[in-house]
Design a binder for this molecule. Structure first.
Ligand code: NAP
Length: 291
């Protein structure tokens, strides 16, 4: 078997996907992590994973990064400039084709065809580009990370007793990044995932009301959800320490889309791919609050 190449290997998702590949029995020597800075991949190198330099902004760096690869986990670029990202992604897809990669798994966005946030355009464009290569593909249409909500700040939200949003009743199909990494590793190591698109979301999307109820249940403390008009919600988040740009994005883009139902579609694709490893909301909250 040729090598499995993983881009974005220095990032959260790429690193976790490599750890899951190892967990699923792939030999470290059969994995290549593509990074912009080898120092950022030091922990992977210690596990025996080969690191190669590759930069989506430097097409000339990609042929040697992808050489000898049979499968590619292509982690989407992290730039906020979606026009630039399409150019970056084009460089990756072209290099993968030219390197003779047989199977490209790409991390896109869940239910992008039904989304109107603007985030979907780069992912749909990239999926269509991948289809032109003739390689087998698996579109890992990732749901939003549950870590956006459930993170090191969650204990503070519980102490404050209030979850603030601008989405009174819309639902979220968020899932953990680690679950998404596991799904990527599964499709690269098991048969039957060629030329498939998976909507990797929660099986049971939840509203902010339901999220607050889970926080209350797990912590044993009163927590309520308060939906505010968007400008007030941004101000409340900024007062709570969220940077203004991030708060504006979460309220005006994400919560607005939640309320339009664009993050509320359920799918069992993730649970079906990863089985018992699937982490429901309550478990993620327990892990965040109780360690
Ligand atoms: N589903 C969601 O909720 C969600 C949220 C945020 C982002 N995303 C998308 O999912 C991707 C993976 O998420 P993540 O949490 O792993 O993000 P992350 O921790 O920020 O990792 C991003 C990875 O992409 C690499 N990268 C960025 N620009 C690159 C370039 N020009 N050339 C080569 N590599 C480049 C980074 O390398 P460096 O370490 O060198 O920077 C890093 O390894 C993100 O890049 C983004 O497209 C999804």
């Amino acid at each position: 078997m040729g090598k499995i190449i993983v881009t974005g290997a220095s990032g959260h998702l790429g690193t976790a996907a490599i750890r899951h590949l190892l967990d699923l029995g792939v030999q470290p020597g059969d994995i290549v992590g593509v990074v912009r800075d080898k120092a950022k991949g030091a922990a992977l190198a210690e596990l025996g994973v080969e690191l190669r330099l590759g930069d989506y902004d430097d097409a000339a760096s990609l042929p040697s990064a992808f050489e000898g690869g049979e499968k590619l986990l292509f982690v989407s670029a992290s730039s906020m400039d979606n026009t630039l990202r399409i150019r970056q992604h084009a460089a990756v897809v072209e290099a993968a084709r030219n390197a003779g990669i047989k199977h490209i798994a790409y991390t896109g966005i869940a239910f992008g065809e039904k989304m109107t946030t603007g985030l979907e355009n780069v992912h749909l464009a990239t999926e269509y580009m991948i289809r032109t290569t003739g390689a087998a593909y698996t579109f890992l249409r990732n749901g939003f990370y549950l870590e956006l909500l459930v993170n090191e700040g969650t204990a503070g939200v519980v102490e404050g007793g209030t979850v603030i949003s601008a989405a009174p009743s819309g639902k979220m199909n968020y899932v953990t990044r680690d679950n998404l990494a596991r799904a990527a590793a599964v499709v690269l190591t098991r048969e039957g995932h060629e030329n498939k698109a998976y909507e990797l979301t929660a099986s049971h999307p939840f509203s902010y009301d339901e999220y607050a109820a889970v926080l209350a249940e797990v912590s044993g403390k009163p927590v309520v959800h308060k939906a505010l008009p968007a400008p007030e919600a941004v101000s409340a988040m900024v007062a709570a320490g969220v940077p203004e740009g991030g708060a504006g994005f979460l309220i005006h883009v994400v919560d607005a889309a939640i309320e339009r139902g664009e993050f509320g579609l359920p799918s069992d694709d993730l649970a079906n791919l990863i089985g018992d490893a699937y982490t429901p909301l309550k478990t993620a909250v327990e892990q965040a609050l109780n360690g």
